[in-house]
Design a protein around this ligand. Structure first.
Ligand code: SAM
Length: 242
């Protein structure tokens, strides 16, 4: 499908072209999510994107793009680090109701919003944690427990891998949603990825309808257990990237 054709097509059609089919029930869940996002955004700052069409493309569709890299996620354990208003975790949960989803954000009011959305949408098996990813990465209940650790717009890749890879089981993978700087960030993260037990990253482009810039999915397989020194304590990965 060309960009022009995509721009003329509704967002569920774009998802279908990616091989992701949404039922009427799932579309109703997305509508309810959109309404809650608009309503709560008036009270707490959740997203700078406020126009409904932009929410559908830049939040819902952009999040669903992850599924083109992960494949079906029913029965899988996925942790979304720095989930904010729920992206990409909640759209993936709507797409795959059997996903075992953990949403993490260090800001308490965002965590409360996420709990409320999960309850209102009737989503089961969603755990919300108001925590720092660095803390969870050293907690036996979370360390190396997930098939997928994902994040969008949380940190540059060499910092982000220290938050994500310790949470992945060996054989699992980290997925980072990135913008135009993806390839450059990948090069800068080479040493950090190796130190944390990751394999060579793979990059795949995502073109959203009506969005000029290309987005990228960076997937890093977890090959070896992460050295117990990592992640370092909260804030250190940002201050002194590996
Ligand atoms: N992922 C969402 C999205 O793409 O719309 C939110 C992105 S927002 C720019 C970054 C979020 O990451 C914020 O809500 C912030 O509180 C959270 N965050 C940043 N560092 C974190 C950390 N170390 N542990 C947990 N959450 C973190």
């Amino acid at each position: 499908m060309s960009d022009k054709e995509q721009a003329r097509t509704g967002w569920p059609d774009v998802a279908r072209a990616w091989g992701l089919e949404l039922s009427a029930g799932q579309l109703a869940q997305f509508s309810a999510y959109e309404a809650l996002l608009l309503e709560w955004n008036e009270r707490i700052s959740l997203t700078a994107i406020r126009a409904p069409e932009e929410i559908r493309v830049r939040h819902f569709l952009d999040s669903l793009a992850c599924a083109t890299a992960t494949g079906p996620l029913d029965g899988r354990a996925l942790i979304d680090v720095g989930s904010g208003a729920g992206f990409p975790g909640l759209p993936l949960k709507i797409l795959y109701p059997g996903l075992r989803l953990t949403l993490v954000d260090s800001v308490g009011k965002k965590a409360r919003f996420l709990e409320m959305v999960a309850a209102e949408l009737g989503l089961r098996d969603v755990t919300v944690l108001a925590e720092r990813a660095e803390t969870l990465g050293q907690d036996a209940a979370h360390r190396e427990r997930y098939d997928w650790a994902v994040a969008r717009a949380v940190a540059e890749l060499r910092v982000l891998v220290e938050l994500l890879l310790p949470l992945c089981r060996v054989g699992g993978a980290a997925l980072a949603q990135k913008g135009e700087s993806a390839a450059e960030e990948m090069r800068a993260a080479t040493g950090a990825i190796a130190a944390l037990g990751g394999g060579a990253p793979r990059l795949s482009p995502v073109q959203l309808p009506g969005v000029a810039e290309t987005h990228y999915l960076v997937v890093i397989d977890k090959r070896q257990p992460t050295d117990p020194r990592y992640p370092r304590r909260a804030g250190v990965p940002h201050k002194r990237p590996l």
